[in-house]
Design a protein around this ligand. Structure first.
Ligand code: AWU
Length: 438
């Protein structure tokens, strides 16, 4: 039945953060590979910074640029969380909400069957319903991370969120005028189906629990492991610089240090990490952006480690670096994309979560023995250079973590397994396509 019907047109609309746009783009490409049309929507600067769509998929994937409305306190060219400090993010959400009108006009014109959206556009479900467009709320977190929002769904509207212990950052109205909790509730409740970046082989139980919390179908779309085929662009100066340094290091000797696109380290954390890496004695490649630290101090970091390190202060090709034979371990904040990318190739984790559901991911990975969590003081939550050095040395010197991570890569990196999840998700959208209104 499904193959006789016309191909779908699906709009894909992620939140303005690379930890979101990258998995949304990965999902969009996998759907396009099955012949369906994609309209991927973001702002001009984000569209130009995202990885290129492979040539064979370009006829099916339209990249639609909607200019971001101007908002006071949001710097001129800021269009993603990576461009701003954490406290400015609410103003980015306010600007994002200003896309309501232009997006509505696009939907009225293009009349897609489905729209796959993120946690942020609380205003989109009623617009889609009026236009006869079906909605998927796609959560880029792990299913265990999604489960951490369960309090949002079980609390009665009247109860104060604080009484349910929901973290401040989620339940307070911020400068965007609404809280993350409100956004999550509206986008989840307004969708026909929830999609989760997960799979039964890793999170069978949490996926089932999410269905009872969200009170609707939750479809795992697989882990979306990114491609390991890299464009051999010999003119890529950045990559050549990085590769020259990595090639000089011994196999499995380097700690790759990166905390995603949103974490800004406090001066205290920056110092403890610097000293902890030095105490570990291992060479390191540290992706350090959004840091207030002056370049002089950064040079100290490198010099103090007797040149055993490289500090990279712009966007780094993370997947390519993780794939290099010299990388022996990944000091990570446990962002879900970073964890998936590391375990796809079997690189063990030194886990230092900072916010949101990263702590849940760290606990999940500790249970699977693919890494070591940096100990934090149970009273004030701080970590020290000593606790970091212990974690680094455990992962880099004890074979168990690497062998467990390589065992896990048989699931995380199993393209056929994750393709089956995509096939099932696309079948669902084909079978449950809306009966188009005139
Ligand atoms: C809502 C929030 O999204 C966040 O995304 P964040 O960017 O921090 O981390 P990742 O999920 O690893 O995503 C980061 C992504 O950017 C890529 N990258 C980043 C920096 C760089 O220099 N080069 C790269 O290629 C990296 O490879 C990964 O794909 C977290 O999930 C957090 O847990 C969640 O609450």
């Amino acid at each position: 039945m499904a193959e006789q019907q016309e191909k779908l047109h699906i709009v894909v609309f992620p939140w303005l953060a690379f930890g979101h746009m990258l998995p949304f783009l990965e999902l969009a490409k996998l759907i396009a590979q099955k012949g369906h049309k994609i309209s991927f929507i973001s702002t001009p600067r984000n569209i130009h910074r995202l990885p290129k769509v492979p040539e064979n998929l370009q006829p099916l994937v339209d990249l639609i640029e909607l200019p971001l409305p101007r908002v006071d306190k949001l710097p001129e060219n800021a269009e993603a969380t990576v461009d701003i400090p954490h406290h400015i993010i609410p103003y980015l959400k306010l600007a994002f909400d200003g896309l309501e009108q232009p997006l509505t006009k696009f939907l009225e014109r293009s009349k897609p069957h489905w729209i796959i959206y993120d946690f942020a556009p609380y205003w989109l479900p009623p617009i889609s319903s009026k236009l006869g467009i079906s909605c998927v709320s796609f959560c880029i977190f792990s299913a265990s991370g999604m489960y951490s929002f369960s309090d949002f769904f079980t609390r009665k509207e009247s109860e104060s969120p604080r009484s349910k212990g929901i973290p401040e950052e989620h339940n307070e109205n911020d400068e965007s005028g609404v809280s993350d909790m409100f956004r999550v509730l509206r986008t989840s409740n307004g969708a026909q189906v929830i999609a989760s970046r997960s799979c039964m082989e890793i999170e069978g139980e949490p996926l089932k629990l999410c269905e009872s919390i969200y009170r609707k179908t939750v479809i795992p779309v697989g882990l979306l492991p990114p491609s390991l085929q890299f464009s051999e662009d010999s003119n890529d100066e950045n990559w050549n610089t990085i590769l020259n340094w990595l090639d000089k290091q011994e196999k499995g000797s380097v700690i790759y240090v990166a905390f995603g696109s949103e974490v800004t380290l406090s001066d205290e954390d920056f110092t403890e990490i610097t000293m902890g890496i030095e105490m570990s004695g291992f060479p390191f490649f540290w992706v350090l952006k959004k840091q207030n630290t002056s370049s002089v101090e950064l040079q100290d970091v490198v010099v103090n480690n007797s040149g055993k390190g490289m500090v990279w202060t712009t966007w780094a090709p993370q997947m390519r670096i993780l794939s290099h034979k010299s990388i022996g371990g990944f000091l990570t904040h446990c962002g879900w994309s970073s964890v998936i990318e590391s375990l796809q190739i079997g690189c063990p984790l030194v886990m230092l979560p900072f916010q949101n559901e990263q702590f849940i991911v760290a606990r999940l990975m500790e249970e699977k023995k693919v890494g070591f969590k940096v100990e934090r003081n149970e009273h004030h939550g701080k970590f020290t250079r000593e606790s970091l050095a212990i974690a680094l040395r455990s992962v880099m010197l004890e074979e168990t973590y690497r062998s467990e991570a390589q065992e896990m890569s048989k699931i995380f990196g199993d393209k056929e397994l994750h393709q089956k999840y995509i096939d099932h998700f696309v079948d669902y959208m084909e079978i449950h396509r809306p009966t188009m209104k005139d």
